[in-house]
Design a protein around this ligand. Structure first.
Ligand code: MLT
Length: 396
């Protein structure tokens, strides 16, 4: 028996966004005269909303005031934030109690640690293309991954496969990287499928705050029966600019049980032994993003990014480039023209336009031949990047 976990060998040698950053850095070093605009990783360009920033400042000062210091908090997160999230869910039609919501220091960690609740070696279904952390987490957990394919044929929204059996299935809506959003019927089909098979859905709603079309579910718990079969992972990263502050949540409904065990109880045990949660000041800031006037300030920032995403999608379409997303999502998912592979288009846009995108191949086999553009940039940067990209693309 060796010392090291050989499952690491199953991962790509470099994480997608690290690889992109290092290629962009190399290019910048070789061409210091060129200005590079990143429409790559989904990191936000706008500063924190004023009310969120103010809450951070006030909560930080409170720490130095007599009686104001907050040390370890409850492992499941501060009650004020769990209650505010429960009210936020209720506004979009999902009834949850604050006991079902657990605050954490970001969705990415939670996506990895929640697999510790399950027996290693289980079969999981993962959309292709999708955010690469799902597959990586399952490789490291020693699970067997099958794929549910998304493409133009199903609008990048895989339906439940009749024959496949799995213990876990991942759904991401609005989808990263495609921007595709499940409607209620699409989610109902998945909930019925999971209930029939005792499978658990892991529903990633990190981009829920970008849904603008009426009637599209923001949470899987808007669907009847979902509390018996789904865990939801949420994040303040994109809704409130917490990519650096780090705060998210996981929902484990009381009704979710397998083999006679409550997953809510298991998760409570899991985080008590392994985590101390998100800092108090960060949780105060997260609260400010849910309450007025912070909620409106954050919604305006989301509208700003959505406006850029729509402009990018419209301009690409008028140049004859097929793309999806950009409607209820900050991402535009475009078809690589002239038969280019996604890394070929990445290199071409970097070298000729000075624009960083994300190659679709990094999101799975079905992502090949596509690239993702993120609209999380300043409007003027998006405009300039678009102009330069179109110049390159129109010449192909
Ligand atoms: C993305 O660009 O897909 C995300 O921002 C990456 C992440 O959340 O880790």
């Amino acid at each position: 028996m060796g010392l090291l976990d050989r499952r690491f060998e199953g991962l790509e040698s470099s994480y997608l966004f690290s690889e992109i950053a290092s290629r962009a850095r190399r290019f910048a070093k070789a061409h210091p005269e060129r200005e590079i605009i990143s429409l790559g990783v989904g990191d936000l360009a706008l500063p924190l909303a004023p009310s969120v920033c103010e809450a951070l400042v006030l909560a930080s000062r409170e720490q130095g005031e007599p009686g104001g210091f907050k040390g370890y908090g409850p492992y499941e997160g501060r009650a004020f934030l769990r209650e505010a999230l429960a009210s936020d869910y209720a506004r979009s039609g999902a009834e949850l109690s604050s006991e079902e919501i657990f605050i954490n220091d970001g969705a990415k960690n939670a996506l990895f640690s929640l697999l510790s609740l399950f027996e290693p070696g289980i079969t999981v279904l993962i959309p292709d293309p999708v955010y690469p952390a799902y597959l990586d987490a399952n490789i490291l957990a020693g699970n067997r991954a099958g794929f549910i394919e998304g493409g133009p044929e199903n609008g990048y929204l895989p339906s439940p496969p009749e024959s496949a059996a799995a213990s876990l299935v991942y759904l991401c809506s609005p989808g990263n990287p495609t921007g595709a959003v499940y409607d209620a019927d699409g989610l109902k089909a998945w909930v019925s499928w999971a209930l029939e098979r005792d499978a658990v859905i892991i529903f990633d709603s990190a981009y829920r705050s970008f849904i603008r079309e009426c009637g599209l579910p923001k949470s899987i718990y808007e669907i009847e029966g979902a509390k018996e079969c789904a865990i939801e992972i949420g994040s303040f990263s994109k809704s409130a600019g917490f990519t650096g502050l780090r705060c998210g949540w996981a929902v484990f409904p009381m009704a979710l049980e397998r083999e006679g065990v409550s997953l809510n109880k298991l998760w409570r045990q899991r985080i008590a032994v392994s985590e101390n949660g998100a800092p108090y000041v960060v949780q105060r800031a997260a609260l400010a993003s849910l309450e007025e006037p912070g909620a409106s300030e954050c919604a305006r920032a989301a509208d700003f990014y959505l406006n850029s995403a729509r402009r990018i999608a419209a301009a690409l379409k008028s140049a004859g480039i097929s793309c999806t997303g950009g409607l209820n999502s900050p991402y535009v998912w475009l078809e690589c023209p002239a038969g280019l592979s996604s890394w070929e288009l990445f290199d071409m846009l970097l070298e000729r336009a000075g624009v960083v995108c994300t190659p679709g191949a990094g999101f799975g086999r079905r992502g090949e031949g596509r690239c993702r553009l993120s609209a999380f940039a300043k409007a003027e940067d998006c405009e300039r990047a678009l102009g330069r990209m179109l110049e390159v693309l129109n010449r192909l």
